[in-house]
Design a protein around this ligand. Structure first.
Ligand code: KG4
Ligand code: ZN
Length: 352
């Protein structure tokens, strides 16, 4: 099903990016404005929900104005307004959702409600030479979610598995914090993990026979690593920096290995025609390279700037999977991407 709305203005405020974008025909990016709050949250070592809510209120008007100003023809060309209703931080979501509903009401335009996790997938449709073919295996790896799903068609997804504890991005952020590498953790770990270490491996939680993930044991392995504990006890900054970089490398290898192998297994089991990888962790260079080497069907990963949160993916999702909302639509911080149980362990699993 495609949208009756050709040109869609979308708003995204589910976490710490205030974003607005205009996309035509679900693929052509006309305007993409992102006001990131990373510099504000960095000093706290993570996103502070109340601070995020206030920043969205401060930024939303100018972000939307800029997106419309970048659109040739401006408001006259906009056919519908979309916004994320969940999942995400409830105070943060409120600003974007209410702004979109208000603009839609004031301008007499349809309002479309979008699920943030589903929208991450649609970053791969934007300016794509060839869109993903269905059925597709989708790996969504963000700060809040880690899941494998089988996408049979637009609006037809089956959850294969998800994380039992931390999301992949959350694990990157927490481990970066443990290793004193700063926030956000993903780019910091990638930057630090440059020298390969062959002599050691950190554990991998395979959860055999399922497409589920678990990263909390890996986090514990980092925090209790004897060489790291000894380096910190020594108080020697060089020794700390050295071991921190080694653990960053070993941690990244473990996460990438698990994500790649489970994705590969899902492709074999489902005979998927393509693979979609999306979410902030899809920006990781090691993961991108490992997937390119391992996956034998066409692989769709968005450009780096469309992996992390943006409104272009919200507009594209609203085009390919339009869900009309009304002024009564409320934020849903825990909105599920696909209905049904969060884990369907073993459902269609076959080890690759
Ligand atoms: O998709 P996203 O922007 O927000 C959510 O929807 O959660 O993802 C943010 C997450 C953060 O945890 C961040 O550390 C991670 O994506 N991330 C990365 C990289 N860039 C961002 N993780 C690994 N490597 C990266 N290069
Ligand atoms: Zn996201």
């Amino acid at each position: 099903m495609t949208s009756p709305y050709k040109t869609i203005l979308a708003i995204e405020t589910s976490c710490d990016e205030t974003a607005a974008a205009v996309v035509v025909n679900g693929t052509q990016l006309v305007a993409n404005v992102v006001a990131s709050q990373i510099d504000i949250h960095r000093r706290y070592g993570g996103v502070v929900p109340e601070v995020a809510s206030r920043q969205h209120i401060l930024a939303i008007e100018s972000v939307v104005r800029e997106a419309v100003a970048c659109t040739p023809g401006g408001w006259a060309t906009i056919d519908a307004i979309a916004a994320t209703y969940g999942p995400g931080l409830s105070g943060a979501l409120l600003t974007g959702l209410n702004t979109a509903k208000t603009l839609a009401w004031a301008r007499g335009l349809p309002f479309l409600m979008v699920n943030h996790v589903e929208a991450h997938l649609y970053a791969t449709w934007i300016d794509a030479a060839v869109p993903p073919a269905f059925p597709a295996v989708a790996l969504v790896v963000s700060g809040g979610h880690t899941m494998l799903a089988l996408i049979r068609d637009h609006a037809d997804a089956q959850l294969l598995g998800g994380t039992l504890d931390d999301a992949a991005g959350e694990a990157f952020d927490k481990v970066a914090r443990l290793l004193a590498l700063g926030y956000p953790g993903g780019p910091a770990i990638q930057q630090s993990a440059r020298a390969p270490i062959e002599a050691q491996r950190l554990p991998r939680a395979w959860l055999h026979g399922t497409y589920d993930f678990s990263f909390s044991g890996l986090k514990t392995a980092v925090s209790t690593d004897p060489a790291w504990v000894a380096a910190r006890a020594s108080g020697d900054p060089d020794q700390c920096v050295q071991r921190s970089a080694e653990l960053a490398y070993l941690f990244q290898e473990s996460v990438v290995d698990i994500l790649v192998r489970k994705t590969k297994a899902a492709v074999s089991a489902t005979n998927a025609k393509s693979v979609i990888v999306a979410g902030g962790v899809a920006a990781n260079a090691r993961l991108r390279d490992a997937l390119r080497a391992a996956i034998r069907v066409p692989l769709h990963i968005p450009p780096i700037h469309l992996c992390t949160d943006n409104a272009a993916m919200i507009a594209a999702c609203a085009y390919w999977h339009p869900v009309n909302g009304d002024l009564a639509v409320a934020v849903d911080p825990n909105a599920p991407f696909v209905a049904g149980p969060q884990s369907t362990s073993g459902a269609v699993f076959r080890q690759a």
